[in-house]
Design a protein around this ligand. Structure first.
Ligand SMILES: [Zn+2]
Length: 174
């Protein structure tokens, strides 16, 4: 028959577990010279949903008339969904009636023109990340600039006037 004092045993056990655990965690110190330095993390583009990947990476097209930015008339900047590069100003947007957001000009050299695989159209991609934006058409006389950037809404994000612009993500392509 056991005659020990159960209270003492419990307290004793608790003392050990409480006293030893913090010691193990906090007493460790890396030897000098082995501390982790603040290494720059490899930059990655913004996370894309499956539908965003289909359009932006696989050069797909969103269903006309459905884009979230199609009817957006707020002042601000349209940026690349994948890398945040500023692509279009709200002042360049116009109503084309085609079912996708339309712009008659772009910001600086941030939109790149490529010959589309179909051999007829001119594809437009983000100059920084090469994400697919849509196509550009000329000579339709929608506006004085006679140019229509027909852009998938899903390829862009919108930053309202006065809001902070997110940092453009530049990924080292090797
Ligand atoms: Zn981009």
């Amino acid at each position: 028959m056991w005659r020990g004092n159960p209270t003492f045993r419990r307290v004793h056990y608790n003392q050990i577990s409480i006293n030893t655990q913090p010691l193990r965690i906090f007493s460790f110190k890396a030897p000098e010279g082995l501390e982790k330095k603040d290494e720059p993390k490899p930059k990655r583009y913004n996370y894309l949903s499956t539908e965003e990947m289909r359009v932006i990476l696989l050069k797909g097209t969103e269903w006309p008339g459905t884009g979230a930015l199609l009817d957006n008339k707020s002042p601000g900047t349209y940026i690349c969904r994948q890398c945040n590069s500023p692509l279009y100003k709200s002042s360049q947007k116009f109503e084309s009636g085609c079912g996708w957001p339309a712009f008659d000009d772009q910001i600086a050299q941030n939109v790149l023109r490529l010959r589309d695989e179909d051999g007829r159209r001119v594809e437009i991609v983000c100059a920084n990340c090469e994400g697919h934006l849509g196509h550009v058409f000329e000579g339709e006389r929608f506006t004085e600039k006679n140019t229509r950037h027909c852009v998938n809404s899903i390829s862009m994000s919108f930053v309202g006037e006065g809001e902070d612009m997110p940092e453009v993500i530049k990924v080292d392509k090797k």
